[in-house]
Design a protein around this ligand. Structure first.
Ligand SMILES: NC(=O)c1ccc[n+]([C@@H]2O[C@H](COP(=O)([O-])OP(=O)(O)OC[C@H]3O[C@@H](n4cnc5c(N)ncnc54)[C@H](O)[C@@H]3O)[C@@H](O)[C@H]2O)c1
Ligand SMILES: N[C@H](CO)Cc1c[nH]c[nH+]1
Ligand SMILES: [Zn+2]
Length: 430
């Protein structure tokens, strides 16, 4: 863990190093990912089976790539009733939030008499990536599938790695709850390649969404253009802005809640109170003694974690904007006032009783969020990722007479005579 202080003359350089740390890690996977994607394009199912054996220790034949409906049903049936209820509550809240996002079409006639429109239509096919290497993510099934469903996507193809061939019952139950039936037991860059380019047994999709580790995030980046992607939702991050009146143990647990996802996850504490920072650091060590995923969490905390001491809330907000974190927890007396100073963050959690884990499961907003500072220009997964817009213009001769002559002038200025004539020849008929 790096400890930084804004009063230090080296602060800017040190902050840059902390920010670069994760970028360096994801950069190092670019070449292996390129090779995997090329191989999937070339060899299709055969490559998928080889990589699944290599990375997930599961030997498959092409006809076993897809999880059968009977397997989904039988595995999902093993989920305990109270767990199903918890999942249903989460699904209901997530669905409601995403339904509230549905945008309206535009259709109006302007002063010149032109009827202008913009219509939202759903994608035909979306690929949902559900991570599964180091942990199983039933919640990510809901976060991926429900917005797609609300948007009206016709085909949903889900990929989830099943290390050692183990299907997670709650992942299967979440898929069943969301009506997802096309599920492939593959992960990593090879799954992204299959969804993007298609293979003998997997039809390509139009857009790939969902979170994943550095390999998945890099693969999505590389296939972008061939298909759409939502955002780069890689290893998790949290920035916690906290004052000294917080319980240091709770803050430590919140930091570890991201660190336990991945060795490359990043947890950062920003505070004005140095003594409080010391107490949080000590509490992290204490919790690591008993945390079941301590091995992953310690690596993340030691390699990517940071504590930043600032002089004011304004300075804290500036540092937050530099991190542009996936998640921001604001544990201050007036979290709303602080959050108004934040320009870049995937999601903000306000108040001492609103840890980020609320958003992971049961808040309602999506937990698939932009990482690695991409919150500067990207947003979390939403119904908009499954929709696109088509605009329309309709006019008669009266409308054309009002706007056409200006179009003729602009077309001639661009030296595009057929464009000019397409307008002027019609205007002659008026
Ligand atoms: N940003 C978000 O919204 C969000 C949400 C949930 C989870 N996450 C993140 O998702 C990630 C999940 O990671 P995970 O590893 O548990 O599951 P994963 O499914 O993302 O990755 C597992 C796959 O990675 C590939 N892989 C592993 N080692 C490899 C290697 N050496 N070379 C090539 N490929 C390799 C394998 O194909 C394996 O199937 C975590 O980083 C977590 O923080 C992010
Ligand atoms: N914190 C992750 C998003 O970065 C999402 C998640 C799912 N389950 C637990 N956490
Ligand atoms: Zn989480």
């Amino acid at each position: 863990m790096k400890r930084l202080n804004t009063t230090s003359p080296q602060f800017a350089t040190e902050l840059k190093a902390v920010l670069a740390r994760r970028g360096e890690q994801s950069g190092s996977v670019a070449e292996p990912v390129r090779a995997i994607l090329a191989d999937v394009q070339k060899r299709g199912d055969e490559a998928l089976c080889d990589y699944t054996e290599r990375f997930d220790r599961l030997a498959l034949t092409p006809d076993q790539l897809r999880i059968s409906e009977a397997e989904i049903r039988e595995t999902a049936d093993r989920v305990a009733p109270e767990t199903k209820e918890a999942l249903a509550l989460a699904a209901e809240r997530i669905r409601a939030f995403h339904e509230a996002q549905l945008p309206r079409d535009l259709d109006y006639t302007d002063d010149a008499g032109l009827r202008l429109g913009m219509r939202w239509t759903a994608l035909d096919a979306a690929g949902l990536y559900v991570p599964g290497g180091k942990a199983a993510y039933p919640s990510s099934v809901l976060m991926n599938a429900l917005p797609a469903h609300v948007a009206g996507v016709r085909r949903l193809a889900m990929c989830v790695p099943t290390p050692d061939g183990v299907l997670n019952p709650l992942v299967m139950e979440a898929a069943r709850l969301c009506g997802v039936t096309e599920i492939y037991r593959i992960g990593g860059a090879q799954a992204v390649g299959a969804l993007a380019y298609g293979t003998q047994s997997i039809a390509p999709v139009d857009r790939i969404v969902g979170p994943g580790n550095a390999f998945v995030a890099e693969a999505k980046r590389q296939v972008f253009g061939h298909v759409g992607i939502d955002s780069i939702a890689g290893p998790s991050e949290v920035v916690v802005v906290a004052d000294g009146s917080n319980d240091p143990r709770l803050v430590a647990i919140d930091l570890l809640a991201q660190a336990e996802h991945d060795e490359q996850a990043q947890s950062v504490l920003i505070t004005q109170d140095e003594a409080f920072a010391d107490r949080v650091i000590a509490a992290v060590e204490e919790e690591l003694k008993t945390l079941p995923r301590a091995k992953i969490a310690r690596r993340s905390w030691e390699d990517c974690g940071a504590v930043v001491i600032v002089r004011s809330e304004d300075e804290a907000a500036e540092v937050v904007n530099e991190f542009a974190p996936e998640h921001l927890e604001v544990l201050l007396d007036d979290p709303r006032a602080f959050s108004r100073k934040v320009r870049h963050a995937g999601a903000i959690f306000m108040g001492r009783f609103c840890p980020e884990a609320v958003g992971d499961y049961v808040g309602g907003p999506n937990h698939v969020l932009p990482t690695s500072r991409t919150a500067r220009f990207a947003s979390g997964l939403s119904v908009y990722d499954f929709l696109k817009r088509t605009t329309s213009i309709e006019t008669d001769m009266e409308g054309l007479k009002k706007v056409g002559p200006a179009g003729v002038i602009l077309a001639r200025e661009e030296g595009l005579d057929a464009h000019a004539m397409s307008l002027s020849e019609r205007l002659k008929q008026g």
